[in-house]
Ligand binder design. Structure first.
Ligand SMILES: Cc1cc2nc3c(=O)[nH]c(=O)nc-3n(C[C@H](O)[C@H](O)[C@H](O)COP(=O)(O)OP(=O)(O)OC[C@H]3O[C@@H](n4cnc5c(N)ncnc54)[C@H](O)[C@@H]3O)c2cc1C
Length: 361
């Protein structure tokens, strides 16, 4: 195979994975980022390497199964930066989904993982749930269901991915904003234009904007949906999945360590020209859902920090804007001559995406 000079623009999990896979195939790869690797969306995920149990409700069976296999690959790639966590769905009188429906969903999730399952799904009585989570209210508690999934130790995994890229020979150009790209392989940065055999636009939420600035029309566009998380000084032994009675959304409460949990996430339309931060309304929304079910509600003094990211949700231009929760987090790859555009994706699917794009190159 002929070795090529490749520019990858954007060093989030997608860009780093594409760069590494391309370098592993013998190409000479330069990876540009306006900031640093993992400075944006990839730094703001819910930290799950998962099939996405909630997509089952929308019938995305194939997508979930594929992601469950990818989950296994992450475990093999980094046993020390991944851990299995049991997620409990407590069911209350006001919960939109009953415990049998949830149990059926968790069983399907386990079954779809097949031999890559990381633990059995279980049905729980109210007393079971109460014993596991003594801090939950007992009023209206009807029991629940639980399933196992994989959570990443984010900082360690990001570090391992960057080290892997460097080991494979990828040249990192941090703090180098790319002003324009072209379909004939040009990358315009502050100190001039550089010519490559191939250019990959992996700028996540900024992918459509970079194309616009470059005067390139794409078949795809991106909807920007902000998701915010709170890191709370609060202790839980296992992860909780709470159902918001008003909008049917599910909110995760994931232990980060013995003293802190991650609470999220939200879904708000986001204007990319505005700062990506957690609004007061999002903070209130998340705390209200958690507090609804806590014996001793917590207030904002329990918030250690907040962080937000923008989901790049890809749509064909001709599609109309729909329900954000119902849109899948699938990705699209578009090739224009020497330019490859990557839209969407998830942390979980990034290594697969990386290999797929590298093969195309
Ligand atoms: C709230 C939230 C929760 C999520 N939870 C999960 C989860 O639990 N599990 C999961 O699998 N996925 C999750 N995701 C999805 C996943 O985090 C993202 O899909 C993924 O991180 C996107 O990575 P990316 O590399 O495409 O984008 P990014 O990480 O945003 O990387 C793009 C990079 O491009 C750079 N860039 C932009 N413009 C330019 C330019 N002109 N020149 C140079 N560089 C540029 C940016 O600085 C940035 O570093 C979540 C997403 C959000 C928002």
């Amino acid at each position: 195979m002929e070795s090529k000079c490749i520019a990858v623009v954007g060093a989030g999990v997608n860009g780093v994975s594409i760069a590494t896979a391309s370098a592993a195939m013998g190409h000479s790869v330069t990876l540009y980022d306006a900031r640093m690797p993992f400075a944006e969306t990839s730094n703001a995920s819910s930290r799950m390497l998962h099939g996405g149990i909630r997509y089952l409700e929308q019938g995305h069976i194939g997508l979930v199964r594929e992601a469950l296999l990818e989950r296994d690959e992450w475990q093999q790639f980094s046993p020390d930066a991944t851990r299995v966590e049991r997620f409990y769905f407590p069911v209350f009188a006001d919960s939109p989904r009953g415990k049998w429906v949830l149990f059926a969903g968790t069983l399907l999730y386990q079954w779809l993982a097949g031999r890559f399952s990381v633990g059995r799904s279980q049905l729980h009585s109210a007393s079971d749930i109460q014993a596991t989570f003594p801090n939950l209210v007992s009023h209206g508690l009807q029991g629940g269901a639980s399933y196992c999934d994989v959570v990443m130790e984010y900082e360690l995994l990001a570090q391992q991915l960057v080290s892997e890229a460097i080991d494979k020979g990828v040249t990192l150009k941090n703090e180098t904003s790319v002003k324009k790209i072209s379909t004939c392989g040009e990358v315009l940065v502050n100190d001039g234009s550089v010519k490559f055999d191939r250019v990959v636009n992996a700028t996540g939420p900024w992918a459509a904007r970079l194309l616009e600035h470059s005067g390139i029309e794409s078949e795809y566009t991106i909807e920007h949906v902000r998701g915010s998380h709170l890191i709370l000084n609060y202790s839980l032994d296992h992860a909780l999945v709470l159902q918001a009675p008003d909008d049917r959304r599910i909110i995760f409460v994931i232990p980060l360590n013995a003293k802190q949990v991650l609470l999220g996430t939200t879904e708000e339309q986001h204007d990319l020209t505005k700062p990506i931060v957690c609004s007061d309304a999002e903070t209130r929304y998340l705390l209200a859902i958690l507090n609804r079910y806590l014996r001793d509600p917590i207030d904002t003094s329990a918030i250690e920090s907040t962080f937000s990211g923008v989901r790049p949700i890809v749509r064909k231009r001709k599609d109309t804007l729909g329900d954000m929760s119902a849109a899948s987090r699938d990705s699209e790859i578009e090739v224009y001559d020497r330019l490859v555009n990557v839209f969407g994706g998830k942390w979980t699917s990034a290594r697969h995406l990386g290999n797929e794009v590298a093969k195309l190159l």
